[in-house]
Design a protein around this ligand. Structure first.
Ligand code: PMP
Length: 359
């Protein structure tokens, strides 16, 4: 079996070494005589895995000791509502609308309070992120909400959009792809299925302020309550045991290389593709230059009739997952941590050949 060059936006390519480790544990987890999918989440063997995953995540992201890490289910999408129910609690927060996922979060926040939108990139097909200081903050906002990396449109914040105040952040598509200032954030959340593992595990990191505020929320069903999950160390109900195992192994793979090395490789991989996109008018990059993402690279072709042809011919060359999201069209290459240099080289070679024969 040959593995294709997988540029899927998520679930996405994982390190082959981790898949091999997973295979080895399916039948007999760490010599316990019980397989990974069959072992109790209350067993010591599994408890060790959860603790290790949490400790690794803390080290990789530089999470301060007084912040707590949760592994939940329901995807990043459930966090849109949980944040609003546990933290917004009827107040008003500033939401930067930089893509389809922030728009969804804004809608959910409306069920539990007011999502004020001081910036929206919608009219510009979310090409451009707001420059710092270009929008007005509400001084009484409970928090500022933003999404570091807009998976569909291919834009990525270089850093936090405001220098101070309470920050809530969706890091689903660039978590653990570069160093961050975790201490500056009150809530960080991310679905695992891009940089950290399979779908079905959601990472949530809460600051002391966020935990204290969540503790005052009333009428929150147990499964939706940060307080309940915190009180049970993420084991309030049966977690995604297999997903947490893989997450722990992926984090070990990142730690072995070092976050800075992984980040530099991500930068270099993305740049190779941007270099092609900038080389001629055949290519029409979607994201504004100063807003470009290192994780999801989006473009159209000057001749849009060639876009489906490119997707088809890519498949024939074992290049998979480059069809753009239906809301933007065009093409997209997702080059998360585990996307090998060889896959990016194959894509860049294919792009050059495609332009030569069709341009
Ligand atoms: N936020 C971002 C930035 C995403 O890319 C995605 C999924 N692609 C989501 C949220 C929603 O994640 P989930 O499917 O895990 O609910």
């Amino acid at each position: 079996m040959t593995r294709k060059h997988n540029f899927s936006a998520g679930p996405a390519v994982l390190p082959v070494s981790v898949i091999e480790e997973l295979k080895a544990q399916l039948n007999d987890l760490h010599g316990s005589g019980i397989g990974l999918m069959e072992i109790s989440h209350r067993s010591q063997t599994f408890d060790d895995i959860v603790r290790s995953a949490m400790a690794r995540l803390r080290r990789v992201l530089g999470v301060p000791d007084d912040h707590q890490v949760l592994f939940l289910q329901g995807g990043a999408s459930l966090q849109f509502a949980m944040i609003a129910q546990n933290i917004l609690q009827g107040g008003s927060a500033d939401y930067l609308d930089t893509g389809a996922w922030t728009a969804k979060s804004i809608k959910q926040a409306g069920h539990f309070g007011t999502a004020r939108v001081p910036f929206s990139g919608k009219s510009d097909t979310y090409r451009q992120l707001p420059a710092s200081g270009s929008w007005e903050r509400d001084p009484s906002a409970v928090y500022t909400y933003y999404c570091t990396n807009n998976t569909i449109f291919g834009t990525q914040f270089a850093g936090a959009p405001v220098p101070d105040g309470r920050l809530v952040c969706d890091m689903s598509s660039d978590i653990a792809s570069r160093s961050i200032d975790a201490a500056a954030h009150d809530v960080i959340f991310a679905g695992a299925q891009k940089n950290l593992g399979p779908s079905g595990v959601t990472v949530v990191i809460l600051s002391p302020w966020a935990m204290a505020r969540a503790a005052t929320a009333t009428q929150v069903p147990d499964m939706l309550s940060y307080g309940v999950h915190l009180g049970k160390g993420s084991l309030f109900n049966t977690p995604n045991t297999l997903g947490i195992f893989v997450l722990e192994r992926v984090l070990a793979w990142i730690e072995d290389q070092g976050m800075d090395t992984v980040a530099a490789r991500n930068r270099a991989k993305a740049q190779k593709i941007y270099d092609v996109l900038d080389s001629s008018d055949f290519w029409q990059p979607h994201a504004a230059r100063d807003s470009r993402s290192d994780m999801n690279i989006t473009w159209r072709l000057a001749d849009s009739d060639l876009e489906p042809v490119m997707v088809q011919e890519g498949l024939a060359a074992d290049i998979s997952g480059i069809k753009g999201h239906r809301s933007v069209g065009g093409l997209r290459a997702s080059t998360y941590n585990a996307c090998p240099d060889a896959s990016v080289d194959a894509l860049v070679g294919f792009m050059g050949e495609f332009e030569r024969t069709r341009g």
